[in-house]
Unconditional design. Sequence first.
Length: 188
Amino acid sequence: MINLLTMQRKDYTLSLLHRRMPRSKIGRFQVMALLQAARYYLLNEDINKAESFGLNRAIFYAWAKRSGGKPRRRYAAGAATPSMPTPSKSIERVGNEAAYITESGLFTIGDEVQRPEDYDREIAQRIEPFIPYREAWKASLNYLKTFPKEILLDQRQFYEKVYLPVRDHFDEVAKRFSKSGGLENMLS
């Protein structure tokens, strides 16, 4: 009986270890957020709004993938037709893409504001085990600089020509682009 318990404990321990082992690559969500943040930064030169925008767009694309882009219908009590709340936030456009923005200047989805500290927690800290975040940031800026501004301003072209080709192997992009250009050349 002790052997059986020991075996069960070993299996349980192995199961726990397996769950805690880091993935072998950066997740697609993190790649999308990083590239979207770098996109915004190159176009607008505001790091806090760039991090907010990056996280906002990653959340939006994840939602669109899960839901097929169809908003959930909300019915008011006793109503036969769906009622949609009227947005009280402003809209900011990045090229042909629009996102809600709060009075404080940060992007939002619903009542959830995407703050720079959320970006740090959800994106930067999850990239760090694979690539130092500063290196990943520098690589994303240098990678995006290889595209014409028209592609950065177009939602579909950005997704298809910038994100899709690298979403599953951003580590290769980081190796290739983190060395080209110093910090002083980021926006030139």
